[in-house]
Write a protein that binds this ligand. Sequence first.
Ligand SMILES: Cc1cc2nc3c(=O)[nH]c(=O)nc-3n(C[C@H](O)[C@H](O)[C@H](O)COP(=O)(O)OP(=O)(O)OC[C@H]3O[C@@H](n4cnc5c(N)ncnc54)[C@H](O)[C@@H]3O)c2cc1C
Length: 175
Amino acid sequence: MSIQNDVTSALNLLADFGKHTGVVIQSCLRRSTADVKRLIDIGARVRLCKGAYLEAPDVAFPDKKDVDLQFIALMEALLRHGNYPGIATHDNRMLEHAKAFVTREGIPSERFEFQMLYGVRRDLQERLRKDGFNMRVYIPFGTQWYPYLMRRLAERPANIVFILGNVLKEGTRKS
Ligand SMILES: Cc1cc2nc3c(=O)[nH]c(=O)nc-3n(C[C@H](O)[C@H](O)[C@H](O)COP(=O)(O)OP(=O)(O)OC[C@H]3O[C@@H](n4cnc5c(N)ncnc54)[C@H](O)[C@@H]3O)c2cc1C
């Protein structure tokens, strides 16, 4: 689908469902700079993440450094001009950059929110709340939880240890 068509779809959704309709943008995609510019122009709500899916190199940056650089550039644009953007990451470097940027630019904390997955980096989630930032926790639900869990585990195998540890802890508590 072309950028023009995507933006038209976003406009239709905004007309039907109002300003709470959100669009997810992945900083790994080469097209995202153009998409974010258009979405800012139409006042759409945007969640910015790095992107969880493997894409061809002509579509997405193969090098993580480029994904992070584009994340920072898009995050700054959204924080400056976006409509209550969601900054969805567990990456402490991105979070520290966002905090320093909003302080420097005088952007109030009510203008945006941080977003993290349920159960991931709870320490960071609590710290951000204590520091006065809005924090949304993402909870997947419905019948597709198993493929979702498998995708998250494939993305970060270290989570297998984390989940097993919690299952064992829960089992010990019940017995
Ligand atoms: C709220 C939310 C919604 C999302 N929605 C989408 C979506 O719609 N589409 C999509 O493609 N992707 C989505 N994602 C996934 C996202 O694109 C990334 O794959 C995922 O967030 C990992 O990237 P990262 O920014 O956390 O940092 P990464 O670059 O993966 O990791 C950087 C550092 O962050 C920390 N970290 C990262 N993940 C974990 C973890 N699981 N546990 C502990 N520490 C961790 C580690 O210190 C790591 O070194 C979403 C993520 C979040 C938080």
